[in-house]
Design a protein around this ligand. Sequence first.
Ligand code: DX5
Ligand code: ZN
Length: 218
Amino acid sequence: MIKIAPSILSADFLKLGGEIKAAERAGADRFHIDVMDGRFVPNISLGIPVVKAMRRGTSLPLEVHLMIEQPERYLEAFAQEGSDILIVPQENSVHLDRTVQCIKDLGKKAGVALNPSTPAVLLEEILEELDLVLVMTVNPGFGGQHFIEYTLKKIRQVRKMLDSRNPKCELEVDGGIEARNAPRVVKAGAGVLVAGTAVFRHEGGAKAGMEALTKSLQ
Ligand code: DX5
Ligand code: ZN
């Protein structure tokens, strides 16, 4: 069963509670929260207070996508406020193993994200330790960007690696996912789809956005 993780970055923050309820009722499996620091990525977005508020607003799992420098400095705070999955970038972790172990020691699931130009092989050594691999299908930093076609090859590669070495690890994709390309990323091996614009900016609202995505996968 393919999971959908709506990214609240594209939600209407004035009505965040209602937005997540609508997505939840339409079958969201978890929520994706994008944390950006204006350094690792050019944009600044959400932080710890938003995770805390989201925790009160839903019982679904919360995954926190850390697009920040030195993510290890904030793992404990995000864990304490109710995150279930913590995702760190591969590109800024010299001591990725330490960071991943730290997430697990906090009792949370550990994910690692790969930018579009980062090869899958950089996860070769640590693959067995991971609960989730996040293949970025846009350059991180903004919602509403176009899906980068060449990332399909990497999705297939990661799928192969996980099937043989860590089949329980989730393979998630993030960026530009919509009804038009969702079937292709799933065919390539993705099991979890992050979707911001396609859910929260759908002309019919979050419910209609979720339905369009789900329908495309049938
Ligand atoms: C991009 C973020 C994404 C973003 C996805 O840097 O990591 O999670 O919110 O938004 P869409 O689905 O609009 O590309
Ligand atoms: Zn994200």
